[in-house]
Write a protein of this length. Structure first.
Length: 457
């Protein structure tokens, strides 16, 4: 099988890894001449960390990034206290990564590229897709270089202005609000504590000001402030905005910057024949809530194993479009609060963590049913060494858990036993503290099949 992935951002890279580790012949192309260099989507949600655990990149992501920092709030130049966007939470047996993580998007992409290269696949820069045609047996792709090549499937992960989406005639309804603009960019601010974030505003309008949040490993901050129509993303505009609320701070270094307008759109379809859409090509979000990158990674995680097995391909659109629609609602609600100056505009709740994503049927009932996220739990292997359910799930396979009963003779089937249970034949693990039985609300004899993307089959 050959698959073409158009777009070398986090979505395309995740999909490339998912396909390559299953032995699929995959090309990842991007029309850009150079890799993106900037923070952009710098917030990784807890469920994305679980995905990265499975992909084998979590250690690198955690080493390069840092936990979210509190915001030190200054009103009229006076420090008035600290604010947490999300209160830090302790890990639980079923949720090992309960908090988000901060890492600039270009750093995340570099880690994913390194992982992809371990499978012998590299992003082909300067490779622009200029045409595609599909039939019942495959897709013909044409490139600006004059190359024409044949693939079994093609995935457009080429951003909000997606050429692929337009080429297959998929509508992209939604709204773009021209009345509200926010300048975002990467800056250096000598003398400002880089271990915490900073909020500078006036006491009369405390929700309108300048946010500077640290970018781990770079010595920079991500700068954010509302701007007027006609303002650009220049250093002069940034400095003038900061001068309105703070004194004695000079911006001395600049990186990526942009002025964004609220853009909320959802593709009418995620699949047309052998062509699929993922990430921003399928849905674009306002940056409030930090959902765009994370939702795209989840798209790729859902699609990869199905595409490799050529199974349940229609379920990709059914499952992911519903999730994207809900996430767009979360981001839009936060944006509305921000525009209105609501005091809770900067607070984040569990609805944005991705841990409650479910593909369960609308009429399904129960604590844990088909389509729900498979929880983690600590266990002991037969030698008494500590392992976790996530260790058993890691990889491109399905995993079968048989609670209190022998496991069938399958490579990734495990009997989950309580202390004192007889192991019988086959592989087994011991739930010494009862966390796995509790997380799965399992009774002896219950069996769960876990999909390669960590949801119950």
């Amino acid at each position: 099988m050959r698959v073409l992935v158009v777009g070398g951002g986090p979505t395309g890279l995740t999909l490339g890894i998912e396909l390559a580790r299953r032995g699929v012949g995959v090309r990842v192309v991007d029309k850009a001449a150079a890799y993106f260099d900037g923070s952009r989507g710098d917030g990784l949600q807890p469920r994305t960390l679980e995905v990265f655990d499975d992909l084998g990149v979590l250690d690198a992501v955690r080493a390069a990034g840092a936990p979210p920092a509190p915001l030190r709030v200054h009103l009229d130049g006076r420090f008035v206290g600290e604010h947490w966007m999300t209160e830090p939470r302790d890990p639980r047996p079923d949720v090992p990564y309960p908090n988000g993580w901060v890492l600039g998007q270009s750093q995340t992409e570099a880690i994913l590229r390194d992982r992809l290269s371990e499978y012998g696949v590299r992003v082909e820069l300067g490779t622009e897709l200029t045409g595609l045609e599909q039939d019942a047996n495959g897709v013909t792709a044409r490139f600006a270089t004059g190359e024409e090549s044949r693939f079994d499937y093609l995935v457009g992960a080429d951003g909000g202005a997606s050429f692929v989406r337009k080429a297959i005639g998929v509508a992209f309804p939604g709204v773009t609000d021209e009345s509200f603009r926010v300048l975002v960019g990467d800056v250096t601010v000598p003398g400002l504590d880089p271990t915490v974030g900073h909020w500078f505003a006036g006491a009369d309008h405390p929700m309108q000001g300048v946010a500077l949040t640290p970018l781990p490993g770079t010595g920079r901050f991500q700068f954010m402030t509302p701007v007027d129509a006609g303002d650009d993303a220049s250093p002069e505009v940034m400095q003038a905005a900061l001068d309105r609320y703070a004194t004695g701070l000079r911006l001395t270094g600049y990186g990526w910057s942009t002025v964004w307008r609220p853009n909320v759109r959802l593709a009418g379809r995620f699949r047309v024949g052998r062509v699929f859409l993922a990430g921003d090509a399928a849905h674009v979000h306002p940056p409030t809530g930090g959902q765009g990158l994370n939702t795209g990674v989840q798209d790729a995680y859902n699609l990869g194993w199905k595409l490799a097995a050529e199974t349940a391909l229609d379920s990709y659109e059914t499952e992911r479009r519903a999730v994207a629609s809900r996430v767009l609602g979360v981001s839009t609600d936060l944006l509305d609060k921000y525009v209105e100056g609501h005091p809770d505009a900067h607070k984040r709740g569990e609805e944005g963590f991705g841990l409650d994503i479910t593909y369960r049927a609308p009429d399904a009932t129960g604590t844990l049913v088909t389509g729900d996220r498979a929880p983690d739990a600590p266990l002991l292997d037969p030698d008494g060494k500590g392992v976790r359910l996530f260790d058993l799930f890691r990889g491109p396979h399905f995993t079968r858990l048989c609670f209190g009963a022998p496991a069938p003779d399958e490579e990734h089937a495990y009997a989950v036993l309580r202390p004192g249970d007889r192991p019988g034949h086959g592989r087994y693990v011991v739930d010494a503290e009862g966390h796995a039985f509790a997380a799965y609300a399992a009774a002896p004899g219950d069996t769960f099949l876990v999909r390669p993307d960590g949801y119950l089959a």
